[in-house]
Design a protein. Structure first.
Length: 279
């Protein structure tokens, strides 16, 4: 089983959120086409896009940007799962993205013999009044029911991480840690861990490679395709392959910010951690 992954493309004529770190001359669409062609050549079973395909400007600009990005994926003939990121929906709707891509948006499941990929589409609109993402507790029943419905190890995919990892040193979230996750991430994570069915949780958004293992559920955050605060003056060009081979999984991040991870692939309930000691 092989999944080719990409996240945080941030294509657009401007990038209001990160003007200092993006290279305006880096050929984003050309590199997406190369990514899609590589996934085709490597016979990936699926391409997973974890969101923030565009840098939002206004509705007309964002429609053109999103359309160009979706077209760049056309070199891959297999299934593609797109997740909405916070920048994708500032000026566009879920229906806009569906119409432009010709693909399904929203929470969905893709079944493989070895595992299930659960793309969980929660509300990722930043609340500028509360200065945070919205809570997602009201959206979790679908995820818990989906986890309970099948014995295979689950791979959960969201735009924003639920690991609760510290953001020290992160260019975007060091001073704004509330922007790194949903406020009820700990409660959501606890509920998922309690099912014992999840093995791996994939996300983007924070623009760095990070691995956090909590309760035998491995959370992996992937670097942005167009980021360069960790690779300056080079663009990261990050894209990754997830491979499951028997009882292990591996994730290899390619580009100028590489990472390689190999760990056991098993449901968190197979070998649950002992509860933390109280002193």
């Amino acid at each position: 089983m092989r999944i080719s992954m990409i996240t945080d493309i941030h294509y657009g004529p401007t990038s209001r959120t990160c003007p200092d770190v993006k290279d305006p001359d880096w050929p984003i669409l050309e590199r997406i086409r190369s990514f899609a062609a590589r996934a085709e050549q490597e016979r990936a079973d699926l391409v997973l896009d974890l969101g923030d395909r565009i840098s939002d400007v206004d509705r007309n600009t964002d429609l053109k940007s999103a359309s160009a990005v979706f077209a760049a994926f056309s070199g891959f003939s297999g299934p593609v799962v797109h997740i909405l990121g916070n920048h994708d929906i500032i000026n566009l709707t879920r229906d806009d993205h569906a119409a432009l891509s010709g693909r399904e948006f929203g929470s969905r499941v893709v079944d493989f013999p070895e595992a299930r990929l659960i793309a969980w589409q929660v509300d990722v609109r930043l609340d500028r009044v509360a200065d945070r993402f919205p809570p997602v507790a009201g959206q979790i029943e679908w995820l818990l029911d989906t986890l309970a419905s099948d014995e295979r190890p689950a791979i959960i995919a969201t735009h924003v991480s639920f690991s609760g990892r510290a953001q020290d040193g992160n260019y975007y979230h060091h001073h704004k840690p509330a922007y790194a996750s949903h406020p009820d991430h700990a409660a959501v994570r606890t509920a998922v861990e309690a099912t014992g069915r999840a093995a791996l949780w994939l996300s983007g958004h924070s623009h760095w490679n990070a691995v956090t293992n909590i309760g035998n559920l491995v959370h992996v955050t992937l670097q942005s395709f167009t980021e360069r605060y960790t690779t300056h003056p080079l663009t990261a060009g990050a894209h990754a392959d997830l491979c499951i081979d028997g009882d292990n999984f591996s994730i290899e991040v390619h580009g100028n910010d590489p990472m390689y991870l190999r760990m056991p692939f098993r449901k968190s309930g197979d070998r649950p951690w002992l509860p933390p000691i109280r002193r």
